[in-house]
Design a protein around this ligand. Sequence first.
Ligand SMILES: [Zn+2]
Length: 172
Amino acid sequence: MLVAIDVFAVTSSGVSIYIEIIWSPSKTQFLNDINMLHQSDADVKLVIVSPEIMANSEMTREFGKVVVAQRKQGKVIWGDLLSGQKIAEDPTYVDFDLRNLVEQLVTLAQTQRDESERLLRSPKCPFCRTFMRRAEVERYAPYSGIYDRKEPERRWGWKCDNCGVDFTENEL
Ligand SMILES: [Zn+2]
């Protein structure tokens, strides 16, 4: 029998993981528990449940709503309820599949965090001094004299929505 305590861990890179274990088939308890999950500020969230909950379509539907809401908030949450029975009975599932899954979710959370930190480091527009946003920038290659390139090249750069100007990394 699985010990019904929730797991909270933080990786060395600072990604926090919350594994909620819900065993009671009581609907009130289930709603309380997924509400706690919803409120938690952990970066990565997973839910392990009993076979009764797994088979309950009303509860799985409620969980689905939380998943949608959490993803809108940018949280990394695994969209399927995980079978506590399988975890209790199959040690290889824990050692390989579950471990792999958690590692993938942690990597995803880390990538999202890096991306938002990078956005915070956006350069300011040289004209109006507001922060620019990441954008694809079109540039025509210099006229070579050999052929006339008609299609502009696209590369990543920055755009000021205020002034309508854009820059490649090299132009800043
Ligand atoms: Zn500007």
